[in-house]
Design a binder for this molecule. Structure first.
Ligand SMILES: Nc1ncnc2c1ncn2[C@@H]1O[C@H](COP(=O)(O)OP(=O)(O)OP(=O)(O)O)[C@@H](O)[C@H]1O
Length: 340
């Protein structure tokens, strides 16, 4: 578990002071993947550097498994650093070392015996899908493969936390997918807690359990992705759910139906069956006016603008809501123009 408590950090320069982190608090449960997102300049990299102990915050705490890292010095600080594997923003492999040689670096620094090193490097190459590239030098690897070697190197000393700063920013979509798969495997197979700094909500969509949205040094949204997408007006729902607004000229079209609502459905059962079942159970005509389906990690999620016609339209929406869907009714415009 990583707990960031009220972290502040300002940069002081000749042209004045820039507040990069302004009381940031967040919790990342053990064994989850958390995305830190936000516009350029929001403070994401500063937060990552503070958590990686590469930068000293002005105030606040960073607790990893209960230990406040900010207060540590000397050998305790060095030991704490080993608990945090860092995948740097830029290509950071040593050019004169092979993939295996790069991955072995932290193990050499920790004084691990040769045989243990060799075994661990083989395991890690396998984890990142590069078992056949052990002897390749960085220049003989693609950008995505180099990034996977950097992840393997960050995992070499068995850290409890893996911190990746924009791990996919320079990669094409296919390569991005392979890097994200590796981060997901690190969590699933090694139980590592993963913090991914990214400006790309696609990363959140694919692998994050949790997300923290930073804006001008503050956390403006934080929680489970699947909870945040059900909250009306959340930035996460806006960025990750299919849009319903632009499909129809709402006022005109809504008027043709008895009841209209925006419905968010989460999970296989809800997405697959809830709406047709409601239609047949309550004998209402069901029309989808907008929206669509998507997938958040392994979970199917849908947002539809649903129109119902029939005497039981209200009861049908109540029933859908009782089964866990989020139903936001829209004011129904009657054919004559007055709101119902
Ligand atoms: N070393 C520094 N010296 C002075 N100001 C800095 C320094 N590093 C960052 N800043 C400023 O702090 C603020 C937060 O920067 P930071 O790099 O943490 O944001 P970010 O969200 O990671 O942005 P990006 O997505 O562009 O990398 C910005 O206003 C930035 O200009």
């Amino acid at each position: 578990m990583i707990t960031v408590e009220n972290l502040t950090k300002a940069y002081r320069g000749r042209s004045g002071t820039t507040v990069a982190l302004d009381g940031v608090s967040l919790q990342v449960p053990a064994g989850t993947v958390c995305g830190v997102v936000g516009e350029s300049g929001a403070g994401k990299s500063t937060l990552a550097r503070c958590i990686a102990l590469l930068e000293q915050p002005d105030s606040g705490g960073i607790l990893v498994d209960g230990t406040d890292l900010v207060t540590l010095r000397g050998s305790a600080l060095r030991a704490a650093r080993r608990q945090i594997g860092v995948v740097p923003q830029n290509d950071s492999l040593l050019r004169q070392r092979t993939a295996a040689g790069n991955i072995a670096l932290p193990l050499e620094a920790a004084g691990a015996p040769v045989e243990a090193r060799r075994k661990r490097v083989v395991e890690l190459l396998d984890l990142v899908g590069l078992a056949d590239k052990a002897g390749n030098y960085p220049d003989q690897l693609s950008g995505g493969q180099r990034q996977r070697v950097a992840i393997a190197r960050a995992l070499a000393a068995n850290p409890s936390v893996l911190l990746a700063d924009e791990p996919t920013s320079a990669l094409d979509p296919d390569t991005t997918a392979s890097v994200l798969t590796v981060l997901d495997r690190a969590r699933a197979e090694l139980g590592v807690t993963v913090l991914v700094v990214t400006h790309d909500m696609g990363v959140v969509r694919r692998i994050c359990d949790d997300v923290a949205v930073l804006d001008r040094g503050q956390v403006v949204e934080h929680g489970k992705v699947l909870d945040l997408v059900t909250q009306a007006g959340s930035r996460t729902s806006g960025a990750l759910l299919p849009g319903v607004e632009d499909i129809v000229r709402a006022g005109d079209t809504d008027a043709r139906f008895d009841r209209v609502a925006d419905v968010v459905l989460v999970g296989f059962a809800a997405v697959g069956a809830l709406l047709p079942e409601a239609a047949s159970r309550f004998e209402v005509d069901l029309n989808l006016l907008g929206g669509g389906m998507t997938r958040l990690a392994d979970t199917p999620v849908a947002r539809f603008r649903v129109a119902l016609t029939g005497a039981n339209a209200d009861s049908a929406f109540d029933w859908i809501a009782e089964r866990g869907a989020v139903v936001r009714r829209r004011p129904t415009v009657l054919a004559g123009g007055a709101a119902a």
